[in-house]
Structure formats: structure tokens, C-alpha cells
Ligand binder design. Sequence first.
Ligand SMILES: C[S@@+](CC[C@H](N)C(=O)[O-])C[C@H]1O[C@@H](n2cnc3c(N)ncnc32)[C@H](O)[C@@H]1O
Length: 215
Amino acid sequence: MPQVLRDDVYRRPLATALDRLGLGPGWRCVDVGAGGGDVTVALAEMVGSGGRVYAVDSDPRARDEAAQAAAAFSQVLAITQAAEDLILPEPVDLAFCRFLLMHVIDPALVLAKMAGAVRPGGWVVAQEPITSAGRIDGLAMSMPGARHPDVGALLPALVVPAGLEMVDAWAEAPAGAGPGPVADYLASLTGVDPGDDPVVLPPLVTVIGRVPDAV
Ligand SMILES: C[S@@+](CC[C@H](N)C(=O)[O-])C[C@H]1O[C@@H](n2cnc3c(N)ncnc32)[C@H](O)[C@@H]1O
């Protein structure tokens, strides 16, 4: 259920990033830390049957979930693999992650691994939150279970050390008050309905990096 809600409330940052890239038919992509497959399915819809999407997750249950979510798309291949060991059968045009780096031990290493999976001239996109910048009735949010709940705030500085050219970076946050997808999402995460309190969900920082052209 939270996957569906996340897809709903965080759909706009995903759409912004994919539009910015010009992702289209025939692209080869990897969704790293694919989880329930929301991003995988969005990528599969855009690359079409002539493209390819690898859905990579270290948790075998996530592979099954992503495979199930993307069952209608023959271009999706779900793989159980740690992002730290990322190796694909072919170089891809785009490596994407969302809500992944906040959970891994070394976000810089994982970003570099993603860069290594991409062809020269291809793209790496990461979307990660600044959890403590989210607000419920004006009070800061927290996520004690995550290793790096505020990694979004550091993300822009990780791009160049990962071997990438920085193309763009920005932040977007869903917000609302009263009944609606933002309140539903928060309730699904915390078990508490915010009622009519104003909610600003954690901003998602997006970075777009490009692998330098081969010389
Ligand atoms: C919060 S979910 C995000 C799912 C999806 N990217 C999304 O935005 O809906 C994080 C996912 O990352 C996976 N994950 C955590 N650490 C990982 C690692 N080191 N390598 C690969 N996947 C990992 C988890 O198993 C989980 O499915």
C-alpha cells in the first residue's frame, strides 16, 4: 500500500526528472533499489517494448514484487543484486534510483557504481529526501530507521566525485492540508492521521549527472 501512495504523491518529481531527460522509446535503463517497482513501471511505459528496464534490488522479495508490478512489460528484467555490486549484462542509457541512497551504507559508492553501469554520454538520476525538512503542523519530521534520512541535502556534492558531469539539481515536496493523498501517505507511513494539520512531505532532491563522452 505505501508503494502505491508514494507513487501517487511523489509522481510529480519523477515526471519532472523523466521529462528533463527526454526519456523515450528504446532506452535501456536500470532502476536501482526498485522496491515495489513504481519507478520500474514508469520507465517501462516510456521506453516501450523496444527498450529494456533492469529492476535491481538486494531483497529477493522486492524482485518478486517488481516483477509482479511489471508483469505486463516484457522489457523488464528483475534482478536480485546489491547496488554496491551493480553489474548488468549491457551498458545502459540511464541509471535511476529513488529512496535508495538513504538506506545504503555508502551513498557515494553506490552512485559511482551506477555511473559505472552507464554508457559514455548516458545519464544517472538520483532522487533522495531531506526527511528533516518535512513538516507536520510546522514540526520537523524524522525517520530513525534510515541510515541517511537527510542524504538529499548532500546529493549535489556526490555527483562529480562519482565520475559524472553535473547537469541539473533541484528539490520538490508534495504538500497539503486535510483529506487527500498527502494525508493518506503520511498516515500509511506513521499510522497517524494528520487531520487538518498542514503537511509538507520531505522534499525530494533530484540530481541529474551525465557520464562523460568517451575520448
Ligand atoms: C524505500 S524502498 C524504495 C523503492 C523504490 N525505489 C521507490 O522509490 O518506490 C528502498 C529499496 O531499496 C532496497 N535496497 C536497500 N539497500 C539496498 C542495496 N544496498 N542494494 C540494492 N537495493 C537496496 C530495499 O530492499 C528497498 O526495496
